[in-house]
Design a binder for this molecule. Structure first.
Ligand SMILES: C[S@@+](CC[C@H](N)C(=O)[O-])C[C@H]1O[C@@H](n2cnc3c(N)ncnc32)[C@H](O)[C@@H]1O
Length: 410
């Protein structure tokens, strides 16, 4: 039994290193971890990995309070977060055992820091004996969201942290204008797989909204750029199955997922969307859904690891700008564009939208959109900031544009 726990710890600790130090994708890391163990421990392993990342922003910034002089190297902070988390939340791991395990795992080159680590561990638990009810997100994240949405909303959002996200199913391939979905509560894996097999779409309603806003119509040539894993492509086809959809994805593994989900109902192109747009005939596309890669601050509740490398995450607006420029060229006069990002970072939303519109006068901003119940949004620069409140866990920013060439003929 002791060996089992020890193996599990090594797996999760190595996984944390990959995510925190190398910026690897949490889901891919978890998949590797789970594939190297038996079924019995799967829940504990995901709980440990996700739990450490969830509480990272509370524990890690406080570690320096207990160190005089230079901060510890990041791999020692990972070790501390990992064992403090166990001491806090895992009933099966007494504090003395977590402490002893941590000391045992100090890498050889840092053995001289054993006393320091031990002191930090014990003093941390003395000063902060319990984890806060709602995990803490970085101060900069909270401030940025408060600026846009107000403090009350942020507190409300955080209070949802410990609830399991609701399951929503969109199953109506409807030509009507309705935005309707079923709220299913909990759903086990087998049911979920069966519903997906039947063609239902299980996703966050906030994500579905982008496809709904594009209003796909019969016979239209539509591009879903940055399309995997395909929620928005499936939604477009559900709303109007008779569109000519091209779904573009740059990553091979993700393009395969897309292909599997779309089952030949769209052309899946594995390529850089910038190239696909450059090669498209000018003015040839009726509508474009640009669900751009972004800092993903709005998914922090599900993906706390996205906030680990703030500076890196902020570097996305160049590609977004480029994608918008090329999308403009490919659209026909009167063609529609939905730009969506799951972030509220101003550089990727309000600022980007405003600068883009200043540069390209040939777009009409659709400002009279109505937000379907039960979602809520706020006008935000040339777009809308979607605040999911009770109904979802992702914050999006949408901008809806129509290409309008002055005096142009279609
Ligand atoms: C936000 S996710 C898209 C989610 C998707 N629209 C959905 O609703 O399921 C962004 C995707 O864009 C892809 N991507 C990033 N840069 C790209 C590019 N230059 N061209 C095409 N796809 C890209 C990423 O690999 C990722 O799968």
């Amino acid at each position: 039994m002791a060996t089992r726990v020890e193996d599990d710890r090594s797996l999760v600790l190595a996984g944390l290193h990959r995510i925190v130090l190398s910026g690897e994708d949490r889901e891919a890391v978890l998949e590797d971890i789970l594939s190297s163990t038996d079924n019995q421990n799967r829940a504990t392993l995901s709980f440990m990995l996700y739990g450490c990342l969830r509480h990272w922003h509370y524990i890690e910034p406080r570690l320096c309070e207990f160190i005089k002089g230079k901060p510890l190297p990041l791999d020692l902070n990972i070790l501390l977060v990992f064992f403090l988390f166990q001491a806090f939340v895992m009933d099966s791991v007494p504090v003395y055992a977590a402490r002893a395990e941590m000391i045992k795992r100090i890498p050889r080159k840092f053995k001289g820091l054993k006393g320091v680590l031990d002191g930090v561990f014990q003093n941390f638990l003395r000063k902060y004996p319990v984890l806060p009810e709602f995990p803490i997100l970085p101060v900069w994240w909270k401030k940025a969201l408060e600026k846009q949405a107000g403090g009350e909303f942020v507190n409300h959002l955080l209070s949802r942290w410990n609830k399991t996200p609701e399951v929503y199913v969109f199953s109506k391939p409807s030509a009507s204008d309705e935005f309707s979905f079923e709220k299913l509560g909990q759903m086990d894996k087998a049911d979920r797989a069966q519903r997906i097999e039947m063609g239902d779409l299980i996703c966050d309603p906030a994500s579905y909204l982008a496809a709904y806003l594009l209003k796909p119509a019969h016979g239209e040539k539509i591009m879903d750029l940055c399309a995997a894993p395909g929620n928005k492509s499936v939604a477009l086809l559900q709303i109007c199955p008779t569109i000519h959809l091209t779904s573009v994805e740059i990553q091979e593994s993700r393009a395969k997922i897309l292909e599997k989900r779309l089952k030949g109902r769209a052309s899946v192109v594995m390529a850089d969307a910038l190239e696909v747009l450059s090669q498209a005939q000018e003015g040839s596309v009726d509508a474009i859904l640009l669900d751009a890669p972004c800092s993903a601050w709005g998914t922090a509740l599900l993906h706390p690891e996205y906030l680990l490398h703030k500076e890196e995450n902020q570097g996305e607006s160049r590609i977004q700008k480029e994608l918008l420029r090329k999308a403009y060229r490919a659209l026909r006069n009167g063609g529609r564009l939905i730009y969506s990002v799951c972030t509220f970072c101003e550089a990727e939303t309000v600022e980007l939208g405003q600068n883009f519109l200043n540069e390209f006068g040939g777009f009409l901003v659709n400002r009279n959109l109505t937000c379907p119940a039960p979602l809520q949004w706020h006008p935000s620069g040339p777009g809308y900031l979607l605040l999911p409140h009770e109904e979802g866990s992702t914050i999006f920013w949408y901008m809806s544009l129509t290409k309008q060439l002055t005096g142009g003929v279609e």
